[in-house]
Design a protein around this ligand. Sequence first.
Ligand code: T3D
Length: 262
Amino acid sequence: MAYDNILFSSEGSVARITLNRPDRLNSFTQAMHADLRDALARVKSDATLRVLLLTGAGRGFCAGQDLSEGEVPPGKPIDIGGIIERSYKPLVLALRSLPMPVVCAVNGVAAGAGANVALACDIVVAAKSASFIQAFCKIGLLPDAGGTYFLPRLVGSARARGLALLGDKLSGEQAAEWGLIWKCVDDDALTATVEALLRQLAAAPTRALAATKEALDAASGNTLEAQLNCERDLQQTLGRSADFQEGVAAFREKRPPRFSGR
Ligand code: T3D
């Protein structure tokens, strides 16, 4: 199916979504949110898919909310809470809860909600020319799309506050040094790096990776005992999976495993 604001494809076990409004640095409109919701629902419901790539078309990754959309007459209040409830919140939750790894290739600037949607992904690889900007404070807003949740957890309170309160541009390299993202690579190495990751993850034990995501997300709200219980319960299920059987068999037979994602 073709969309107006994103490119979507799936080949083998790999799904790809490219934000596709390059003349507006792929900023979010309500129409783009609708396309994303539909594509993510398709990825979630397709049991053959085992990894998702999210990236942007053109020179930017995503400049956050399209600030020219939905202009309201002066003096009229804008229902930003409603926009977040209907668009950004479902988007971040959908990415986070997808039962497969989500790789984000940050090919250029990631600003505002664009930065935080990238941070909602599981493995973020940025090009050297990419940057991350918590642009919200420049327009009188606070970091949304999970920014206040992800930032302190990824880089600690001091750096989270600096980024959010100053809105300075953080380079891809600095983002990797700070642990905001997985890694930063030369611009001309971005595609090869990401493709290698997609191949690796598409052949991985998908259910185990999905359970790992679930456990890591649960950890921040859990006591140690609750987290140990969570690991026990998820591991109990994984212990019955075909991939666990295959992993152990491959180890014993001294051969590479052939995981099926089941
Ligand atoms: O509904 C709600 O408002 C609530 C939700 C909020 C979530 C948010 O994301 S709030 C934060 C919104 N985003 C921003 O504040 C970032 C705005 N953009 C910028 O600061 C800069 O564009 C960048 C630092 C990202 C990139 O700068 P630069 O110099 O590389 O590019 P540029 O020339 O500024 O942008 C290129 C074009 O894209 C330009 O259009 P033009 O002049 O060529 O016709 C620019 O207007 C357009 N563009 C960039 N960002 C947005 C945008 N158009 C609409 N909305 C944008 N966010």
